[in-house]
Ligand binder design. Structure first.
Ligand SMILES: [Cu+2]
Length: 283
């Protein structure tokens, strides 16, 4: 490669880097750069950790990209200078492994200990509050099934062998806990949640990996076929929100959204009492 070509390539790298920055800024200024309005109790801790990591890694990213483009440009191949062979330098290699390694550990410690990450993790993955509001969400390509436990507060048994077009979750209606369950087949439900009350979301999948994502509540948890995963949170702001699928699950992935409404508990109870229980659907 000639010296001219080489300089040209270095210049191109800087050019595309700048184009990337300008395009990113443009998107951010146009659409906003942060997650939608925070509406859950624990979300502030997540935001704090998120921003801290973003700022630190963002600064490092920009510095290293500029250094990279600068060196590519400055030390471009030259006909007057011979390329020379570097056999490797163990001391330097150890150094540039230890420095980023230490930085990652420091970042981890800072977010876990000082920003509240560890205790929040313990809280969200430990015992769920006893008086929580239950809702079950089951992903399938490409929509969400919903189920509420009904007045008894217990979900009835399900069996994959009972799944049919009329019984999309395979509810076993001979189980007494199943009779009052309220089922919304794929794409027909609303996630109606009580304000200021812990909500436990039981998460399942009928086919592949999905991931219910509630950006306003800073909640995201994978739906894994063959098991029930769980997420819980406390909605702190009434309003209308949206749940999306955050796991690329196939061609119709973008269609997997579900309306979410947060309202005072009385209103949610009233709405639930107007829905048809499983006993009327499956007997
Ligand atoms: Cu999905």
């Amino acid at each position: 490669m000639s010296e001219k070509q080489s300089k040209f390539h270095g210049g191109l790298l800087i050019f595309f880097f700048l184009v990337g920055i300008i395009a990113t800024l443009w998107i951010v200024i146009r659409n906003g750069w942060w997650l939608p309005e925070l509406a859950s109790e624990h979300g502030a801790v997540i935001d704090r950790i998120f921003i801290t990591i973003l700022v630190i890694s963002g600064i490092l990213f920009i510095l290293s990209e500029f250094a990279l483009s600068f060196f590519v440009f400055k030390y471009a191949g030259s006909s007057e200078r011979k390329a020379f062979y570097l056999p490797g330098n163990t001391r330097k290699e150890i150094l540039w492994s230890i420095i980023p390694g230490t930085l990652v550990v420091v970042l981890l410690e800072v977010s876990a200990e000082f920003l509240g990450g560890a205790s929040l993790w313990g809280k969200l993955h430990g015992e769920v509050p006893k008086d929580a509001f239950l809702v079950e969400i089951t992903g399938e390509q490409f929509a969400w099934n919903l189920r509420y436990p009904g007045p008894d507060g217990k979900f009835g048994r399900t069996d994959p062998k009972l799944i049919s077009p009329d019984n999309p979750l395979g509810i076993d209606i001979s189980d007494e806990n199943a009779e009052d369950d309220i089922v919304f087949p794929a794409g027909q439900g609303i996630m109606y949640l009580p304000l200021d009350k812990p909500v436990v979301m039981l998460i399942r999948s009928k086919d592949v990996l999905h991931s219910p994502f509630l950006p306003n509540f800073r909640v995201k948890q994978d739906a894994v076929p063959g098991m029930t995963t769980r997420a819980w949170f406390v909605p702190k702001k009434a309003g209308e929100y949206e749940l999306a699928c955050a796991e690329l699950c196939g061609l119709g992935h973008y269609r997997m959204k579900l309306p979410v409404i947060v309202a005072p508990e009385e209103e949610v109870k009233e709405w639930l009492s107007q829905q048809t229980p499983a006993v009327d659907l499956y007997y």
